[in-house]
Write a protein that binds this ligand. Structure first.
Ligand SMILES: Nc1nc2c(ncn2[C@@H]2O[C@H](COP(=O)(O)OP(=O)(O)OP(=O)(O)O)[C@@H](O)[C@H]2O)c(=O)[nH]1
Ligand SMILES: [Mg+2]
Length: 529
């Protein structure tokens, strides 16, 4: 015990200095005229005190062993970073790696989410096109507009690969893709329906209160409708999906039971919302309707594919504009024939690509090996949610901070004048300087490296967004430039945690193979520390 060591050395020093018996021993020495009864009483008290002291020593030793075992056994790890950084994707990779059975069990529940992601992708394509320079620059082609318009319609029709009618060739005076929207209306209208079935919620709802969760669900439903009806240029953030934690279990509980039930009424009136699903009983209706969704997808596939192959859309795709609007949009559109098939069952890749925004904070436990359990906290990354993070900082052993370096040409949705990398750097600074986290291992993932590579290949210049960058727009040089920026943040807070290392990896969180290798090295790092 440290206290004991100090007392002993103090005694030694005093006795050494005095040269004779030290004052403490003198004070403790029994009186010369001690009676037999007094001596036995004294000896009894001394034995009892010794026993008590030994018990305290033993308890302290046991606690130290327990702490050590806890430290070695359960590692609390935080996944931090801005919205869309890839935190939940890393969590999904962990589940795939460390809890195969849960991953397999949940696989079916991703089917509806993949359908919805595909529909959001179609919506994103139309919205991005309507807002694009390409749509505005071309004269709206219309038969009544004369030869210029007709010529334009003609050329885009000729450019089609798979369809006699290009739905994008018919736009109204606002550049609106009216025919495409008309033809795809049945598919697009599924969005509100699927959101409601999944129990999608509003980001700002207090989800601990079931009444609020119910109201949030209603709000989300009408918000989805209103958003879809909003004119171009007036739309808010890209289409995303917010689900209350535990949605897989709720969905699966019902989905397994509903396989033999007749489908529920799909349509609901605009002004009369259907009864709310009871979220806690898992009363979320999917099941047989899924094949109907597949049929609708099949029926729309030719139109969607002809839009997808349109040269103007290809141009926007190359600049990653569609994926910026709805994460994974290109992937889901390219996979449409497989997803629309009747026997579609989500693959690992589908699950990694399907975007579900995190609301609040979720905690998962994974048994990594016989001695180690990870307790992983995944947080919602938008600014409104960051205030809740600190309550989960206690006991954290490691942080995986994700910074999507591909976002160098994007603005933050929450603050449209803020560059997303600048926001990541600010957030990183607040994490490395947080007094509660000074002893926590830091692991930085420079994520979405694949998207960064594609953007640079498409000719997007870093110096337009970071004027201080004077190097070539070469992948290697660019990620090193951003790595330096994060290192500078670390260096400027070095005085707070002098010896704290930070392990930096360039990552593509959707790549199971790469993340598996990195997670093994992360595990080594944490154990070593
Ligand atoms: N191409 C590519 N996509 C990625 C990568 N990492 C994540 N994504 C995709 O980006 C989207 C957002 O990822 P999430 O993991 O949901 O982001 P998050 O940090 O959890 O976001 P919030 O929950 O809103 O805080 C998903 O569609 C992912 O599939 C990556 O390295 N490359
Ligand atoms: Mg998330």
């Amino acid at each position: 015990m440290p206290g004991k060591t100090v007392a002993k050395s103090a005694v030694a020093t005093v006795s050494g200095a005095a040269g004779g018996e030290d004052p403490l021993s003198r004070a403790l020495r029994p009186p010369a005229d001690e009676s037999i009864a007094a001596r036995s009483e004294r000896q009894r008290k001394e034995a009892s005190a010794k026993k008590r002291s030994e018990e305290i020593d033993k308890a302290l030793k046991e606690e130290a062993i327990r702490n050590k075992r806890d430290r070695a056994g359960e590692q609390k790890m935080l996944l931090l970073g801005q919205a869309g950084a890839g935190k939940t994707t890393v969590l999904k990779q962990m589940r795939l790696l460390y809890d195969q059975s849960a991953h397999q069990r949940e696989r079916r529940s991703w089917r509806v989410v993949v359908y919805l992601n595909l529909i959001l992708a179609v919506r994103a394509v139309l919205e991005v096109f309507e807002e694009s320079h390409e749509a505005r620059a071309l004269n709206p082609p219309s038969v009544s507009r004369g030869p210029g318009g007709n010529a334009s319609a003609q050329s885009s029709t000729e450019s089609l690969n798979s369809s006699a009618i290009n739905p994008l060739a018919h736009r109204n005076n606002h550049g609106d893709t009216s025919l495409a929207r008309l033809r795809l209306a049945p598919l697009l209208s599924l969005e509100a329906e699927l959101r409601a079935r999944l129990g999608a919620v509003d980001e700002y709802a207090d989800l601990s209160d079931p009444k609020v969760a119910g109201a949030a669900l209603l709000a989300a439903r009408s918000q989805a409708r209103a958003e879809a009806a909003r004119p171009q240029g007036k739309r808010r953030a890209g289409p995303t999906l917010l689900l209350r934690a535990g949605w897989q279990d709720r969905l699966l509980g019902r989905a397994n039971a509903s396989l033999n039930e007749p489908p529920a009424d799909a349509a609901d009136e605009e002004n009369v919302p259907p009864p709310l699903p009871d979220l806690d009983s898992g009363d979320v209706q999917v099941g047989l309707q899924e094949h109907e969704i597949g049929r609708l997808l099949l029926a729309s596939m030719e139109d969607v594919m002809s839009i997808w192959q349109d040269p103007r859309i290809r141009k926007l795709r190359r600049r990653q504009k569609i994926d910026e609007r709805a994460d994974g949009a290109s992937y889901f559109l390219e996979q449409m024939p497989r997803i629309a098939a009747a026997d579609f069952f989500p693959t690992d890749d589908d699950i990694m690509r399907a975007r579900v925004r995190t609301v609040g904070i979720t905690e998962d436990r994974f048994t990594v090996d016989r001695h180690t359990t990870y307790r992983i906290c995944d947080v919602g990354g938008s600014r409104s949610q960051r205030v809740f993070w600190a309550s989960f900082f206690e006991d954290a052993r490691a942080i995986i901070f994700l910074a999507p370096v591909s976002a160098f040409d994007q603005k933050l949705i929450e603050e449209p004048r803020m560059n997303r990398i600048d926001d990541s750097l600010e957030l990183f600074a607040s994490i490395v300087s947080n007094p509660l986290l000074l002893k926590v291992s830091l692991i930085l993932f420079l994520n979405k490296i694949d998207v960064l590579e594609r953007k640079l290949a498409a000719g997007i210049q870093v110096s337009r967004y970071f004027p201080e960058y004077d190097g070539p727009d070469d992948f290697e040089q660019v990620w090193r430039f951003f790595r330096t920026k994060f290192r500078e943040v670390l260096a400027s807070h070095r005085s707070l945690a002098r010896d704290r290392p930070c392990y930096i990896h360039t990552t593509c969180a959707t790549s199971t193979k790469q993340i598996k290798a990195i997670l093994v090295s992360v595990q080594d790092t944490i154990l070593r520390e």
